[in-house]
Design a protein around this ligand. Structure first.
Ligand code: DGL
Length: 236
């Protein structure tokens, strides 16, 4: 079991940011990545559709003999995690809980604990981040904003074009007004635009990459369950 790969899926290429974080954190693990580029985006689709896609992706990866599953897609994590857990009978880590806990952790010591969340329309509407942050800190104040145009910009790799700055200023206006201590990049594509987002919200706002937070959680899950690989994989 220990030598099996870890499955990861996302609605498209954005989840490769989560894969990179996992690979850096767990260099001796093997991974199988499924990017559902035929059906991206998930963030504008209904609950039923996202749930169906997420279960299909999970069952496909389970059929390849994985030892655990990482749901890299924030939208699928927000809408379908319990259903996936019920169907595949493996350890499953999503990105919402780890991202929310990390955001609360970095606001420790701030009197108000203000956390901003940017995510897809479906993830925002589900309130999954809001609830996870409030579970981690009952006193945190949370503002969520959907940034739907960030996904195509990241897919096109428009990471420094003037148009990207114009759109980002517009999407991030409510967040800037809220003046958060931390901002969760609650969509796999958003870390690709991290520099633009960071410049617009300002250096004082701590950017939380849910993928990096999830990588820490996967590492402790593997250790707790005795599933960490004994192999040493050479090379990058
Ligand atoms: N992967 C999705 C997420 O993290 C973003 C792209 C989409 O809308 O499918 O929420």
């Amino acid at each position: 079991m220990k030598d099996r790969p870890i499955g990861i899926f996302d609605s498209g290429v954005g989840g490769l940011t989560v894969y990179r974080a996992l690979h850096d954190r767990l260099p001796n693990e093997r991974f199988v990545y499924l990017g559902d580029t035929a059906r991206v985006p998930y963030g504008t689709k209904s609950l039923e559709t996202v749930e169906r896609y997420a279960i299909e992706n999970s069952l496909f990866l389970a059929s390849l003999g994985i030892k655990a599953l990482v749901v890299a897609c924030n939208t699928a994590s927000a809408l379908a995690l319990p259903q996936i857990r019920q169907r595949i009978g493996l350890d499953v880590v999503g990105v919402i809980g780890p991202g929310a806990r990390k955001a609360v952790e970095v606001t420790k010591g701030n009197s108000e604990r203000k956390v901003g969340v940017i995510a897809t329309e479906a993830a925002v509407a589900s309130n999954a981040y809001f609830e996870a942050i409030r579970r981690a800190s009952g006193s945190a104040s949370v503002l969520q904003a959907a940034c739907p145009l960030f996904v195509p910009l990241a897919e096109e790799n428009w990471i420094s074009e003037p148009e990207t700055f114009t759109i980002a200023r517009k999407h991030l206006a409510p967040i800037i007004e809220f003046e958060p201590d931390a901002l969760v990049l609650g969509c796999t594509h958003y870390p690709i635009l991290r520099d633009v987002i960071g410049q617009i919200v300002g250096e004082s706002v701590k950017l939380i990459d849910s993928g990096e937070a999830a990588a820490d959680e996967v590492a402790s899950m593997l250790a707790d369950r005795g599933l960490a690989s004994d192999e040493t994989i050479e090379g990058p």
